[in-house]
Design a protein around this ligand. Structure first.
Ligand code: PHE
Length: 345
């Protein structure tokens, strides 16, 4: 029987293997020739029925056929899977000629552009940059600035209290007191940019949180001319060479005399327009000569030392510089707004 049939099976298997092209073909061939129910495998169970003479070789022959088919399948299978992998890689090849994906980059918030510019201007004049806490005590925010309890000037700054003695600072001026106490009688030339909090958010130019840059100079022989020259230089660098400033008399408990500083209108140059409400001037900051009580309370002898201080609203400067009509636009970070301040890289 069997030997000729075995040969036929082997030839049949080998020729099908040779023709196979996919791993699916291989699986089918393996099933047809090597599964338990296949003709070849069922031959093993027939060995017992053969005569002793035939039986001797039959086992070996069937087994050899099985091995030959198994081996041929493995070789072909490897060949096919390598080819399939290569085809897959080819079809997934990265096309380096495709344009890359666009990453959209926002712009620096105008608040930070202006804060950095303002800081740079004062650094250029030899000021150092100080920092201070936003959660302050009554002592620094008011007392050491010559605003005792029950003083009506406290009403000027509607305050967020945390407890009767702790509050969100209403201005950056407490950093004046902190710096004087730290410098212990040494000359001072500092600015402090930082956040401040007040309960006045009743129109589009005010917010319960805003930011100021505080300035403080303390030394021997400092006079109001130094204040004026410093702020004039600042105004020209910030708003253009043509700017003039004007000092108007004002009141702050921690400065004497106190001034409000106006710049000539950046829109009409002083003739009078909507922006300056016809006056030709725009108010940009408050300042004055450091009050002798403040010097004294913070460790400086007012007979020997004098100084000037000022506080500038950062958002106000940004709004003037860029013509922003609503302070909230600065805080909401709408990309349509931010993109307008994007610098070309
Ligand atoms: N702290 C004042 C305010 O917030 C501004 C100011 C600072 C005035 C320094 C005089 C000197 O209104």
């Amino acid at each position: 029987m069997a030997l000729t049939r075995l040969k036929e099976i082997l030839d049949d298997a080998l020729s099908r293997i040779k023709e196979s092209k996919t791993s699916e073909h291989i699986a089918n061939i393996r099933n047809t020739f090597l599964s338990k129910k296949s003709e070849l495998m069922s031959m093993f169970s027939m060995i017992g029925k053969l005569d002793p003479e035939e039986r001797k070789n039959a086992g070996k022959e069937i087994n050899d056929t099985k091995l030959a088919i198994t081996e041929a399948l493995e070789v072909k299978e490897k060949e096919i899977s390598e080819k399939e992998l290569e085809e897959k890689l080819m079809s997934e090849e990265i096309d380096i000629s495709l344009p890359g994906r666009n990453f959209s980059v926002g712009g620096k918030n105008p608040f930070h552009i202006i804060k950095d510019e303002m800081t740079d201007i004062f650094l250029g004049m030899g000021f150092e940059v100080k920092d201070g806490p936003e959660v302050e005590t009554d002592l620094y925010n008011f007392e050491l600035l010559n605003i005792p309890k029950d003083h009506p000037a406290r009403d000027m700054q509607d305050t967020f209290y945390i407890d009767p003695n702790t509050l969100l600072r209403t201005h950056t001026s407490p950093v004046q007191a902190r710096t004087m106490l730290e410098k212990k009688g040494q000359p001072i030339r500092m600015i402090c940019p930082g956040k401040t909090y007040r309960r006045d958010d009743d129109d589009a130019t005010h917010s319960h949180q805003f930011a100021q840059i505080e300035g403080l100079v303390v030394d021997k022989n400092i006079n109001i001319g130094h204040l004026k020259a410093t702020l004039e230089l600042f105004a020209k660098k910030m708003f253009g060479e043509g700017r003039e400033i004007r000092l108007r008399s004002s009141f702050f408990p921690f400065t004497e005399p106190s001034v409000e500083v106006d710049i000539s209108c950046i829109n009409c140059g002083g003739k009078g327009c909507n922006m300056c409400k016809g006056t030709g001037w725009i108010e940009i900051l408050g300042g004055g000569m450091v009050h002798p009580n403040v010097l004294k309370m913070n460790g400086y002898d007012p007979e020997e030392y004098s100084g000037f201080a000022f506080g500038i609203g950062i958002e106000r400067v940004a709004m003037l510089r860029y013509g922003i009509d609503d302070i909230r636009k600065i805080y909401t970070n709408d990309v349509r707004f931010l993109h307008q301040f994007k610098k070309k890289i």
